[in-house]
Unconditional design. Structure first.
Length: 146
């Protein structure tokens, strides 16, 4: 199996739910074709180097996966007909130095996603922790009567 990296840019006019649905759709194409998705790097909204379709920004996503060469034809065909995808690029890693770089990219993407999950879990525990306030009676009121 060959290692591949596909970067695609989605339109910035999509909502968060629509963006997530488009990314899931592209991942489903890879799964259907038999590719092994290794890592996903959602880079988020970024400025484009030049305007594309009158847009100056786009939502960047990188997919790192292993599969056969026939997968690329189907994936790129779907990316071309998807109106929400502005640009895409697929890179094939074959040489030893390239494969070392591929492993580094996978490690970076997994580290980033682990950090995001940890922040989400921390935020969930902070929201779930009830705030308890204790009010103590002051003994000063009892001493003034005496």
């Amino acid at each position: 199996m060959t290692c591949y990296e596909t970067l695609f840019v989605l339109k910035p006019t999509l909502t968060d739910e629509e963006t997530a649905a488009q990314i899931a759709k592209i991942k489903a194409i890879l799964a259907k074709e038999g590719a092994e998705l290794i890592a996903t790097n959602d880079m988020g909204m970024r400025k484009l180097a030049y305007p594309v379709e009158k847009q100056s920004r786009g939502y960047y996503t990188v997919l790192l996966y292993k599969g056969e060469g026939t997968i690329i034809n189907e994936l790129e065909r779907n990316l071309k007909i998807n109106e929400e995808v502005m640009k895409f690029l697929t890179v094939k890693y074959t040489k030893d130095k390239e494969l070392i770089q591929f492993d580094k990219l996978v490690a970076q993407a997994n580290k980033k996603s682990a950090a995001i999950e940890a922040r989400a879990a921390e935020a969930a525990t902070v929201e779930a922790t009830p705030v308890v306030e204790t009010i103590e009676a002051t003994p000063a009121a009892a001493s003034t009567e005496a």
